[in-house]
Design a protein. Structure first.
Length: 522
């Protein structure tokens, strides 16, 4: 099978989508999942852009990724700078990434109207930026920005830029369909010409979705000879988004006979899609091909009758190939495949009675608004409770939240927590920056005398989503809390009509998971 390199830019290009913002912790969590899925390259961002990106590159080295190379993104040197003195080039070298993705201009209009330098100067700055980075031991991927528009406007010049970076040693040249206006036939023709002209360079494709052709254009480029695809999970990206890897990868692997990620890893595609949606605090796109909740949902009539006789009648692949599930909407089993997969990973799938019991409980909770895609710690606790091996670490007697506004306008939040641990009662009060922070501080204060290791744990992220928006102010909310200690990260979930109560449930799960984990009980 011919191999196609998969390059994920969710953590950079995906963040340019309106309404998307990832913390450093979010980016690290997503990077870990992408690596586990088998992505070949993960673009971490532009290290010169802000301190958060710099921190990501410092901390991602601690993840010990097994499959992916981390790539830093940046631009060629400025026309006014020597390459060895250019701040962008220096930042790319200093961030510690072994791969650099360098974006350069190939459309003559951009050179004259945006960079405002001569066409020959642009070729020179692209070539010597690539050569300098390679000389310093880095793998260089050259992103030829606006290549298709540039080729159509001045094909000779666009090809000259590629010739220069190829001679400078760029291992991969990526043709960027930056404005998203090209159609598959022209992408095929232009990519084919580039592949034939530069047979010793890995040609790549990077498409945007402004004409709703990003996936089709990416596949057309592969048919034309491209062997490197850039895109994002769920198609997140600026304007109308980027090429969606959740569609591209199964199309290449299952339909076109190319090797992308390992075939068994495809079973984690749906979970990866939902995980990224949850981290981004976005509702999953239920109608998305392959991974959407409705991708294999069937509603009544002839379709269901036919499917019961032969599953191929109305499905183009077996849903389980991508970790999804078939659903008959008249008898829905929401979340079943996801739960069974989790049980299998924990080597508990042989206990059919336990599996049915947990499935029933998860179904009940999901109907109440719970989701466990990014709350693995809460799921582990649920399993222990259903197995009867759950060890309660403390009993809540009561809690109270008081929020006051002083005459000066300062908001003061105070939480009182009364617990019982090993027959002893702790009654404490603590202030915080808001109700959840105050509760967290009070809970820790009450537990520290009994469990000193709780000091090693930190709450690092907090997300709230309305579950049933039509209920207005009486709607349920789902709270996701991410926590970490020196050994790892975990997520927990709580649901209630009361945001404080939902937060408390997620917070308690997080603390109990930490305590049980440290005792070797999880």
């Amino acid at each position: 099978m011919k191999k196609v390199q998969i390059y994920d830019t969710t953590l950079r290009d995906g963040l340019q989508a309106e309404g998307i913002s990832f913390s450093v912790e979010d980016k690290l969590l997503v990077a870990q999942r992408l690596d586990e899925f088998g992505i070949h390259y993960i673009e971490g961002g532009f290290p010169l852009s802000n301190p958060k990106e710099e921190e990501f590159f410092r901390r991602v080295k601690q993840l010990n990724l097994k499959n992916a190379k981390i790539a830093a993104f940046g631009s060629t040197r400025r026309a006014a700078n020597k390459v060895e003195n250019d701040p962008c080039i220096a930042a790319l070298m200093a961030c510690g990434a072994k791969v650099v993705t360098l974006v350069g201009k190939t459309w003559d209009m951009h050179v004259t109207d945006v960079l405002r330098c001569s066409l020959d100067e642009n070729i020179e700055l692209c070539a010597d930026s690539v050569a300098y980075l390679i000389k310093n031991g880095l793998e260089v991927i050259f992103d030829a920005e606006h290549f298709f528009d540039g080729f159509k406007a001045n094909s000779e010049y666009a090809m000259k830029v590629l010739q220069a970076v190829a001679e400078a040693g760029a291992q991969t040249a990526v043709l960027c369909e930056t404005n998203g206006g090209a159609l598959p036939d022209e992408v095929f023709q232009i990519t084919e010409k580039v592949c034939k002209t530069f047979p010793d360079v890995t040609v790549g494709i990077h498409c945007h979705n402004d004409s709703d052709c990003a996936v089709a254009n990416s596949l057309a480029a592969v048919r034309a000879g491209a062997r490197h695809i850039q895109g994002t999970v769920n198609g997140l990206g600026e304007r109308t988004g980027n090429a969606n890897l959740c569609t591209i990868i199964p199309n290449l692997s299952l339909k076109m006979g190319y090797e992308t990620v390992r075939r068994e890893n495809l079973k984690g595609l749906t979970e990866l899609s939902r995980y990224v949606f949850e981290i981004a605090n976005l509702p999953p796109a239920i109608h998305m091909p392959y991974v959407g909740e409705s991708a294999f949902a069937h509603k009544g009539g002839l379709h269901i009758d036919a499917l019961r006789k032969n599953k191929k009648t109305y499905e183009h692949i077996v849903p389980e190939c991508v970790g999804n599930e078939r659903r008959f909407l008249i008898s829905e089993l929401s979340g079943a495949s996801n739960v069974l997969d989790k049980l299998e990973k924990r080597k508990m799938i042989t206990d059919k009675t336990l599996a049915r019991k947990i499935l029933a409980r998860v179904q009940e909770l999901e109907n109440d608004g719970y989701q466990f895609e990014t709350a693995e710690a809460s799921f582990d606790l649920l399993i222990k409770k259903e197995m009867g091996t759950y060890e309660k670490m403390f009993d809540l007697l009561k809690y109270h939240i008081d929020v006051e506004r002083s005459p000066s306008g300062k908001m003061v939040t105070e939480a009182t927590v009364k617990l019982q641990v090993d027959g002893k009662t702790e009654h404490v009060v603590s202030e915080g920056d808001g109700p959840v922070n105050a509760l967290d501080n009070a809970l820790r204060k009450a537990l520290e005398p009994f469990y000193p290791n709780i000091k090693d744990m930190n709450l690092i992220d907090y997300k709230v989503r309305v579950v049933n928006a039509r209920a207005g102010t009486a709607a349920k909310v789902r709270v996701i809390i991410e926590s970490r200690d020196s050994e790892g990260l975990w997520g927990t979930v709580g649901v209630s009509e009361n945001i404080i109560e939902a937060s408390w449930h997620a917070l308690v799960d997080s603390v109990e998971y930490k305590l049980l984990k440290d005792k070797g009980k999880i």
